[in-house]
Unconditional design. Sequence first.
Length: 120
Amino acid sequence: MATILQVAEAFSAHRFSEVYPFLHPEVTWTLVGAARLEGREQVVQACETALGQLAQTTSQVLRFKTVANADAVVIDTVTRYVDKKWQSSFVSACDIFEFTQGHLTAITSYTQEVDSSILG
């Protein structure tokens, strides 16, 4: 059985199929400033849509930092995405994962496109 850290890392790395077995039926995913998804079906559908969009790009993870305790994991990432027209964008994201008895019950995601010059 995967640990909560492994589940959270798989989600933030867009390996969603590894996460599906751990989703609580009433999981919520808050995409701050954009949407709130409720229930396993909505979360899986959003993940599959994201995978379709990601298939049109290549990505390079520039930062992947994790903080965890017994029932929560926070992952801070910066990823460079390049589309088929060779246009690149940099996205900073912070995902907060909450678990209950090994099931992922809540996700809160903060994402922001950033200028590459601030990445140092």
